[in-house]
Design a protein around this ligand. Sequence first.
Ligand SMILES: O=C(O)C(=O)C[C@]1(C(=O)O)C=C[C@@H](O)C=C1
Length: 330
Amino acid sequence: MTVANSATPIAALFLGPEGTYSHQAALQQFGDHPQAKFIVADSIPECLERLENDSNIDFAAVPFENSTNGQVVFTYDLLRDRMAKQSDGGDGLNRVIPELEVIDEQYVSVSHCLVASSPLNLESLPRYKRIRIYSHPQVWGQVDKYLQKLKNRCPQTVVERIDTPSTSEAVRRTVQVESQSGERSELNLAIASNAAAKVHNAHIIDQGINDKQGNTTRFLIFRKRSATTVQLPDSRTKVSLLTFTIKQDNPRSLVDVLAVLKNHPVNMCSISSRPLKEEPKGRKWQYIFFIEYYCDSNKIDWDAFYQEISASCSLWCLWGTFPRNELYSS
Ligand SMILES: O=C(O)C(=O)C[C@]1(C(=O)O)C=C[C@@H](O)C=C1
């Protein structure tokens, strides 16, 4: 943990209920803080909204990307929408200063289990006419091959996927639906972590079911933007997250932004994009770009760097500079 002095109580939000991977990320970040209170949110958008609007909340842990199936688009779009919302400040400046900032990152190892409300043998699955599997939408791309094998094993069964706000909520619903259902030809299951199964007293009927072992989700830790700068440990590489839109009609517009990174001693380590929701001038195919870069703070002329970024982007927003977690390379 890089911020939050241990003498001050803190409240950290995560996508609940307890037992989600987000809960694990919040524990990794703040678990050693003697006065940390962990508070559940019902959705990823709620995490950021409450952090912005509730003075009792100090931090939020939000999933950002997964090593198997990439961007957590819900989170990307929350950042996109915040940049767009704050761009009409009318001050003529093209830098957006968001209400929130990223102060750290966490890597959580994702090991999914197939979970049932009561003990069940995997061999019995083909006898069900219909199996409903509940999970967070981000999970489907992490267990695609496993679900295909399951379907092949149960050729007469209709296998349905049902989206839930989180993996732990998937287990809660499975247990609830099963307790109310008298229908013995149908079965409700969830895909979630070992921890989520424990929280809801459910039973693991298969484990390690993700298509890729070593699957990991990266979380960003947000706080309300503050005048107090985060103390970054000198020993760690620092990463910055910046979003921008380009001057669409200028030739080379995207390349011009990237050239700024080339002209300074920064090392871009990721780039991705999402469609802009509000299409400027009613035009489709316009994007917001997300880049991350490393730099050695002492070697860079920050004023010059950001002036050049400002001159080459249509709109830009620096979400934060934070230490690279050592789990990044494991
Ligand atoms: O549902 C959870 O357990 C979450 O914390 C969300 C989430 C995500 O949105 O990526 C986190 C990690 C896993 O990749 C699957 C789901």
